[in-house]
Ligand binder design. Structure first.
Ligand code: AMP
Ligand code: MG
Length: 308
């Protein structure tokens, strides 16, 4: 079922769920302060209860409704919002424990997508919205991906393919220096430059869980080694797809040639889903350099490739 922004805002105000596009991935939205609605988000996704949700708000000023802003959060928000950076702050008591995964903090961001912003404004609500996939699957970057995972259980606001395609960078912004809890499209180097100090690395609860895996095996090849890696797997009698190089050896399904880390980031989840749809045993993906967004791309790729 598709719907428009007004209808979607009505569903959310009535305590229902709506999937909506953001620049990163599609989110499964619920009124962040409505415990029952948020509980349903966890149910529909099959998400572990200890993995807290990101609360989306319409502007920097709205952070106050759910969290205690710090000077660092204001500085980061001023620079990156609307955009793919999430800040973790001390939570206001109105935020139910289920939204926070039982923590005393809450993650907040302002998404850079016109439909998401319109939905936030028209509903007038802070919206908890994790990725709109079944937990553990590649994140959805189109409305069709959401439907493939969630079927008709939730209505979807269709805004076309996501422009960033990778989840936001999550930083703890309670102190004076940002602590990166999850890599994302905003690189750690860049954050350090904005915050005036090198960001430290931590780990968010979500990074403990298995993630991003399609039904076929994912093999990460060294740069420029994709074709040889794929050919070796074919020689073992396996059906193989390839992502990265401009062409594929004989007997290998060529899924996409990729133009750098940003391009791979935008298309990675869609390509993993495409690999399972074409019915190969394995998809070989060529590694990209690990700087800037490349760090987040390689983090997702390695986790998708973890043996199950
Ligand atoms: P998702 O919404 O699926 O993109 O995941 C949100 C990410 O933010 C997960 O890695 C969470 O563990 C992380 N996160 C959300 N809230 C918090 C918090 N209060 N403290 C630390 N990490 C958080
Ligand atoms: Mg997710």
């Amino acid at each position: 079922m598709d719907l428009d922004v007004d209808a979607a805002a009505g569903v959310l105000r009535a305590g229902g769920l709506v999937a909506f596009p953001t620049e990163t991935v599609y989110g499964l939205g619920a009124h962040a302060l409505d415990e029952r609605a948020v509980r349903r988000v966890f149910e529909v996704k099959g998400r572990p209860a200890d993995n807290p949700l990101i609360v989306h708000v319409a502007s920097l000023d709205e952070v106050d409704r759910v969290a205690v802003p710090t000077p660092l959060a204001r500085r980061l928000g001023g620079r990156y919002w609307p955009g793919p950076l999430t800040v973790v702050l001390d939570a206001r008591v109105v935020v139910p424990a289920v939204t926070r995964g039982g923590l005393g903090t809450v993650a907040v961001r302002v998404p850079a997508h016109p439909l998401a912003l319109e939905l936030l404004r028209r509903s007038g609500l802070p919206l908890a919205a994790p990725s709109a996939n079944r937990s553990g699957r590649p994140s959805p970057t189109t409305a069709a991906h959401v439907r493939a995972d969630l079927g008709d259980t939730v209505p979807v606001l269709d805004g076309g393919p996501c422009t960033v395609g990778l989840e936001s960078t999550v930083v703890d912004a309670r102190g004076e220096v940002p602590v990166v809890l999850r890599q994302g499209s905003v690189g750690a180097e860049e954050l350090g430059a904005v915050a005036g100090a090198g960001p430290q690395l931590g780990a968010s609860p979500g990074t403990r869980h298995r993630h991003y895996a399609p039904r076929c095996e994912v093999v990460v090849a060294d740069p420029r080694e994709g074709a040889a890696t794929a050919a070796a797997l074919v020689a073992q009698g396996r059906r193989v797809a390839l992502v990265g190089p401009p062409e594929a050896p004989h007997g290998v399904e060529h899924l996409a040639s990729v133009d750098g880390a940003e391009d791979l980031g935008r298309r990675l989840y869609a390509l993993l889903r495409e690999a399972e749809d074409v019915g190969v045993d394995a998809v070989v993906v060529e590694a990209v350099p690990e700087d800037g967004v490349g760090r987040a791309v390689m983090d997702r790729l390695r986790r998708a490739a973890e043996p199950r």
